[in-house]
Design a protein around this ligand. Structure first.
Ligand code: ADP
Ligand code: ZN
Length: 841
């Protein structure tokens, strides 16, 4: 029976590989992880037609190279518009998967990202898969049977060309050999020619092999008991007896452990295996990110009335099995996390799966232990500081359906979960959900779209919802859920602003710590309670300055000053990571008086240690978190009361639940307030509210002290009053007046490059094209202007900002302008487009 081929209407058409044309697909659409916006069409050989499935990795020729791409569609015939001529279509080299790595859901969501954010589809897919999962490709050449038969005869007569005979001889000697190696020995041109001819004659064959440098399952050798030894006859050798005794008690033991436990040698195990008593076998070894950790004891609570009411609304939606978006606005300590956990339990009971996104790894050590305690092996953990092996294994467990709950940072939105019932985005307002490198997607927004496509419930949670999300809840796009009170009606911490102008007046010089803060630290410690001190600036000093000539030391690649890091005695650029030894004299005037200005967390820690030698202090910022074990240890130690004070950046502000913390000190927020960014106020408000939420979570009341030179700023005032609505109203007014999200759709272009005149003229060209496409003036175009950091990583940067009330109009304009630019030969690689930028810095 012949099915008629499915008609193809557009590039998004996908023919199901199983139910398609019975003669199989002929062409594949492949997305390659390169900076190209379209997919490529390839033809398939007969064998490949049997194997090809949507979602499999495929090796295809692109230009002169082979690349690994992803099959995103199969088509029984050529698309009219894709390629002019069938003869131009190349054949795919190899299909790497028998089972597709990409689920249909992942194909769908990555395509959405690629379209919405104007990002190359293949790149999106690549970042959706665990790193290192796609092996680099290696081609091996070996002699076929025909070739072997021929070679029995003297090679010289059998092979007309000299190179051909050399190839055969080499292969005969060395066995299967990599193409690159043959090319090295024989010269690339000749080798390729000889290989093609030999292959055509059927003397050699090529196979694709994944190079060994990729992540794969890890095995370990295990031993188990096969037969009961007859009777109780003692073995002649005690070591063998010890081995059997251990195996009688345990099902299977790893060979390594067994040898240690039994104090035996491998030969004893081998002997037992020869006698058919035991068996050595291979088992997948799971690289478990939580191996060996102690899990917290779970306290069962009765939900509060507010929690119950929230939960029942979510439950209603879950049972319907339809897309439903919720905004859970709950003050810090109101029991949101408990709601997340109960919702996930419910989803599992309903036979579906859940993904929970968290903004930072800082949240995961304590929280993932808690989830493991609740869900056991059902939970998988995804985040970037796991080893590649761990990430791979966790991913595979999800792919196989062994793990049904995923918790992780941004990219966990791509977890290969099938039957998704629930998507949770904790601290939805966090800017870390935005990926900074290409593809620049927003994990939260992707989560919402994924939930929509897969008919799942999406729960956005925050104590300080982003303006956009709150706006969506107000306008009815999201259902609004509220937990207005802390658990046990604990009071919110009282927050107090310390006016550093007065402190300056008192001492006639700037001071890092006000007396109030120092006194509060002392009192807190005297009561055996803990404190958190926050400053949003890592390193030791933010400026290195010469007292004689006033010169600051700038990064050679960026328009920023270098930050002094005392522990390594270096100065570092926080943008490009340029580092050099800390200077002993001024590089400008050779002056000896190098002066460090602007305290960072490293210096803060040092100052506090000096002032309070009795305090056990640990620091948490990006410098300490690079050593993950250390960082986790600090957090765990702090939660167990082995540390009295944490000093750090905003990483400390989020999510942690330390009941014994009663003091939070914010050393300065002024740098954040002063940023030239439309979200500066929102960020500061969120930061203060969040960090204040770390205090007084247990039975003890909390106190928050905020040092600032701008005590009257509305973000600080509302944050201190814990008045979200007040802030929302005021900030909304600003956004409306100045045309910022959520009232307009925003896009920004960054034109960058090494040569200033080129960059400038490209930016001007871009502006011209945008203007041409903007005849109806429905889009407001600003710029080009030098970006706030005008030079970064050695490149000059010009910025253009686009605003429009209509997202569609905005997007069409952008596409039209870029298309014209590229058809005029401009290099679009120097233009970085960001849709919905979270910041304009
Ligand atoms: P949030 O995520 O909103 O900041 P959490 O879920 O961490 O709040 O809850 C704050 C504290 O209250 C935690 O220590 C949590 O274990 C506890 N808690 C949560 N729900 C309850 C409840 N129903 N009864 C008692 N304690 C609870
Ligand atoms: Zn730099």
């Amino acid at each position: 029976m012949q099915n008629s081929p499915a008609p193809l209407q557009n590039s998004s058409d996908q023919v199901d590989s199983k139910s398609g044309n019975s003669s199989g697909p002929i062409y594949v659409e492949v997305a390659v992880p390169l900076h190209v916006s379209h997919t490529f069409t390839y033809s398939l050989s007969a064998t490949h037609q049997q194997l090809a499935q949507i979602g499999s990795r495929i090796v295809v020729p692109l230009g002169r190279k082979l690349v690994t791409g992803y099959i995103v569609a199969l088509s029984p015939k050529l698309k009219i518009d894709s390629v002019p001529d069938e003869s131009q279509i190349k054949e795919a080299e190899e299909i790497l998967d028998l089972e597709p790595v990409l689920t249909p859901e992942l194909i769908e969501i990555t395509r959405w990202i690629s379209e919405y954010y104007a990002a190359p589809w293949g790149e999106v897919i690549k970042s959706a898969l665990p790193p290192g999962i796609s092996p680099t490709i290696e081609q091996l050449v070996s002699i076929t049977e025909t070739g072997q038969g021929r070679i029995q005869r003297p090679v010289t007569t059998a092979a007309p060309s000299n190179t051909r005979s050399r190839v055969l001889n080499l292969l005969l000697e060395a066995g299967p050999t990599r193409v690159e190696e043959l090319a090295k020995i024989l010269g690339p041109k000749q080798a390729m020619k000889a290989l093609r001819e030999l292959e055509k004659d059927g003397w050699i064959s090529r196979i694709q092999r994944a190079s060994t440098l990729f992540v794969k399952p890890k095995h370990q050798r295990m031993v188990r008991l096969l037969a009961k030894p007859e009777g109780d006859s003692k073995r002649p050798f005690e070591a063998q007896e010890r081995i059997l005794r251990i195996l009688r008690e345990q099902n299977a033991v790893s060979l390594k452990d067994l040898l240690t436990l039994a104090n035996a040698s491998l030969s004893s195990v081998n002997t037992l295996q020869r006698h058919g008593l035991v068996e050595i076998f291979e088992q997948d070894l799971r690289r478990d990110p939580l191996a060996g950790v102690t899990l917290p004891r779970l306290v069962p609570f009765t939900l509060t009335e507010a929690q119950t009411s929230v939960l029942s609304k979510i439950e209603g939606a879950l049972r319907k099995g339809e897309y439903a978006p919720f905004l859970l606005h709950g003050v810090t300590g109101s029991g949101k996390t408990e709601v997340y956990i109960r919702t996930m339990q419910l989803v599992l009971r309903l036979g579906r799966c859940a993904i929970m996104l968290v903004p930072e790894i800082a949240l995961t050590p304590v929280f993932s232990r808690r989830l493991r305690a609740h869900f056991g092996d059902q939970v998988a953990i995804f985040h970037s500081s796991l080893s590649r092996g761990q990430r791979f294994d966790e991913w595979i467990r999800v792919r196989k359906g062994e793990a049904r709950v995923v918790i992780g940072t941004r990219s966990a939105v791509f977890a290969p979960i099938q039957n998704l019932g629930l998507m949770i985005v904790d601290e939805e307002h966090e800017s870390t959900y935005r990926q900074q490198d290409s593809p620049q997607y927003n994990g939260r927004d992707t989560a919402i779209v994924r939930a929509q496509r897969e008919s799942a419930v999406v729960l956005l949670g925050s104590a300080t919802p982003s303006l956009e999300s709150f706006h969506n809840a107000r306008t009815g796009k999201y259902s609004y859920l509220n937990l207005p009170q802390r658990i046990g009606n604990r009071p919110m911490a009282t927050a107090q602003i310390i006016d550093m102008r007065q402190v300056f007046d008192r001492y006639k010089k700037p001071r890092v710590f006000s007396d109030e803060l120092l006194e509060a630290i002392k009192q807190t410690h005297d009561r055996a309670e803990q404190s958190i001190i926050l400053l949003n600036r890592r390193g030791y000093s933010s400026f290195v300055l010469c007292r004689s000539c006033g010169e600051t030391i700038q990064c050679p690649n960026c328009d920023v000053t270098l930050t002094y890091h005392r522990s390594d005695s270096v100065i570092i650029c926080h943008y490009c990571n340029h580092r050099e030894p800390a200077p002993i004299q001024c590089p400008n005037c050779q002056g000896k008086y190098i002066y460090y200005v602007g305290e960072g967390t490293e210096q803060l820690e040092e100052m506090l240690r000096k002032k309070f030698p009795e305090l056990r202090i640990a620091r948490i910022d990006r410098d300490t978190t690079s050593r993950r074990s250390l960082f986790e240890k600090s957090l765990i130690d702090f939660s167990e009361g082995k540390i009295d004070m944490l000093v750090g950046t905003q990483m400390l502000a989020k999510g942690h639940d330390f009941p014994n913390v009663t003091l939070v000190g914010v050393v300065s927020v002024d740098a954040g307030l002063a940023l030239p960014d439309f979200r500066a106020a929102e960020r500061t408000f969120q930061l203060i509210t969040q960090v204040a939420g770390r205090a007084g979570r247990g039975d003890l009341p909390g106190r928050v002290l905020i040092q600032t030179y701008h005590p009257a700023h509305y973000a600080l005032r509302h944050a201190c009053a814990q008045d979200y609505h007040g802030f929302y109203n005021e900030e909304t007014r600003h956004r409306r007046n100045h045309n910022y999200p959520p009232f307009v759709a925003l896009a920004s272009f960054m034109v960058h490059g090494k040569e200033l005149p080129k960059v400038r003229s490209l930016a001007v060209d871009l502006r011209k094209e945008l203007d041409l496409a903007n005849k109806q003036r429905l889009v407001r175009i600003l710029g080009p202007a030098p970006a706030p950091i005008a030079r970064l990583k050695g490149e000059h940067r010009f910025q253009l900002i686009l605003k429009s009330r209509s997202r569609r109009v905005l997007r069409n304009l952008i596409d039209a302008a870029l298309q014209r630019l590229s058809s005029r030969g401009s290099n679009l690689r120097s233009i970085n487009l960001e849709i919905d930028p979270v910041s304009l810095m």
